[in-house]
Design a protein around this ligand. Sequence first.
Ligand code: ATR
Length: 252
Amino acid sequence: DLYNFRLITPDTKVYGIIGKPVGHSKSPLIFNAAFKSVGLNAVYVHFLVDDVEMFFNTYSSPDFAGCSCTIPHKEVALKCMDEIDPIAKKIGAINNIVRQPDGGLIAFNTNYIGAISAIEDGLRGLNVVTVTSSAGSPLAGKLFVVLGAGGAGKSLAYGAAQKGARIIIANRTFKRAKELANKDGGQAMPLAEVENFYPEEGMVLANTTSVVMKPNIDATPIPKHALKHCCLVFDAIYTPGFYKKRKTLGRL
Ligand code: ATR
C-alpha cells in the first residue's frame, strides 16, 4: 500500500516528489513507510510538475515541508531555492529540498552519494577492486563512462571524480558533455559515438539518459559490445518504457 497514514489532520506535513514524468517514482512508497515506522504525521505524494517556479510559488505554506526533485527539474529548481548546500551548488543539480524554520527552502544533492556508494559496494562485492589511491575507493583510477549530462549525469560525474575515477561524459548535446567534462576534469564525447567506442577492460558504465523511458525502449544508448568490457553497469532509470505504459493509462 502506497499511503500508510490513517488520517490526514490539519497538522499533517506534506512532502512529495516533483517531476515530469513522476508516476514511476518509488519515493512515496519508501518515504510513507519510513514516516509510519517513526510515527511522523506526514504524507509523501507524487507531484506532476511542468513549471517549477510556479510550483514553489504555489506551495509556499509551512505545511509543505519539503520534496525530492527528479527528471527534468534537478537543475532548473536551483533558481527557486533560498539556500543551496555548497556541494549541490558545485554539482549544479539538486534532488532534495527542505523547508527551514524561517520558511525558506534549502536544497541538497544526495544523488551522488547514493549512486556512488551503490557502485562502490558493487565493485567490492564483485571483487574487482583495484585500489590505486590513498582514498581507498574501488573507483580510484578506474575508467568511468557517464551517459548523459543532465542532473543525474552531473551528480555521478562529480561523485566519480571525487573518488579519483577517470571520467568520460557522453551526451546527445555535445556542448553539455564538454562543459561537464571541463568542470570535473574528464573527457567529452557525443552520445552517438559511444556506439563505436571500444573502451578498456574493467570500466564502469553509468546510464543517466532518459532514452529508455520514451516509447521506443529498444533505443538504449548502451552499446551491447561495450557491456562485455564493463565490470559494472549502473542504470539510473528503473522504469524502461514508462511513457508508453502511462500513455495508455492517460497520465504521467
Ligand atoms: P535527470 O535529472 O534524470 O538527469 P535531465 O536533467 O532532464 O534528467 O537529463 C536527461 C538526460 O537524458 C540528458 O543528458 C539528455 O540529453 P541532452 O542533454 O542532449 O538533452 C538525455 N536524453 C534525453 N532524451 C534523450 C534521447 N532521446 N536521446 C539521447 N539522450 C537523451
